[in-house]
Ligand binder design. Structure first.
Ligand code: NDP
Ligand code: 8X3
Length: 248
């Protein structure tokens, strides 16, 4: 059995697929998400799993849970900062300020809480690998991407600056920025409107959660002296839309 991999947002999509893939690779797992029933089901299926049913916005709980990890899950070698969401796709003027705040609190502040809580374990062990889930939305603008894209641009820049801070520790840090993949992402973004969510994935070949999980495993399995800084990944069917012009 290898050391422990800590995956946030393990109740669906990329996180769940990554949990399965890293379990297959022989890692013990710490799985975090709010939906405890799903975490329990996955833990009983995969074994060697410690679950944390928590909201990553809850700073005190996150630090307490990491401080009180069972002894045999304290050897965290991998952290996959995956939990995150988009809410709405309206232009800034029409979008809800509460949605903006939820995205910032989850995608930025939640990611920082987990990272700050786990980092001392890795620096003490002088070994580890942190993989942050950014997005093409953090690389490229699109209509209605406003604050979601901003939070993912933060993920990218924080990843690079964290790499600087960790020089000399042997800890690797990578940002993976996927394009559109079929998960619960769009259902969450469009607040349960299944027709709107399904339309995003209509009649095209998107990347899958398993593709992202495989890329994460490949990054981890590179020699330890190799650090991928950033990986932008799209389905072959997806490219850029081009610039927009005002016309008379
Ligand atoms: P899903 O909606 O399928 O999964 C999101 C996961 O994040 C769930 O497990 C959810 O768990 C968890 N999560 C959300 N909010 C919180 C919170 N406050 N506290 C704890 N856990 C939370 O989406 P994806 O798998 O697609 O998304 C994973 C990551 O990938 C996100 O960061 C997303 O921004 C990013 N991404 C997604 C793309 C896509 O097209 N699907 C493309 C590019 C990036 P629960 O609800 O149980 O708490
Ligand atoms: C999710 C991909 O393009 O819908 O991060 O924002 S996109």
């Amino acid at each position: 059995m290898k050391q422990t991999a800590f995956i946030t947002g393990a109740t669906s999509g990329f996180g769940e697929a990554t949990a399965r893939a890293l379990s297959k690779e022989g890692y013990k797992l710490i799985l975090l998400g709010r939906r405890e029933d799903r975490l329990k089901r996955l833990a009983s299926e995969l074994g060697n799993t410690h679950i944390i049913a928590a909201d990553i916005r809850d700073k005190d709980k996150i630090f307490k849970e990491v401080e009180n990890l069972p002894e045999n899950f304290k050897d965290i070698e991998i952290l996959v900062n995956n939990a995150g969401l988009a809410l709405g796709q309206e232009k800034t003027n029409d979008a809800s300020i509460e949605d903006f705040e939820t995205m910032i609190d989850t995608n930025i502040k939640g990611l920082l809480y987990v990272t700050k809580a786990v980092l001392p374990i890795m620096t003490a062990r002088k070994s580890g690998y942190i993989i942050n889930l950014g997005s093409v939305a953090g690389e490229w603008p699109y209509p209605g991407g406003n604050v979601y894209g901003g939070t993912k641009a933060f993920v990218k820049q924080f990843t690079f600056n964290l790499r600087n801070d960790l020089q000399g520790t042997g800890i690797r840090v990578t940002q993976i920025a996927p394009g559109i993949a079929k998960t619960e992402f769009s259902l969450v973004r469009f607040k349960g409107d299944a027709a709107k969510a399904d339309a995003v994935y209509d009649k095209t070949q998107f990347i899958t959660s398993e593709d992202i999980a495989r890329i994460i495993v490949d990054c981890i399995n590179l020699p330890k002296h190799v650090n991928i800084n950033s990986l932008e990944v799209m389905a072959t069917t997806q490219t850029w839309a081009g610039f927009a012009f005002e016309r008379e």
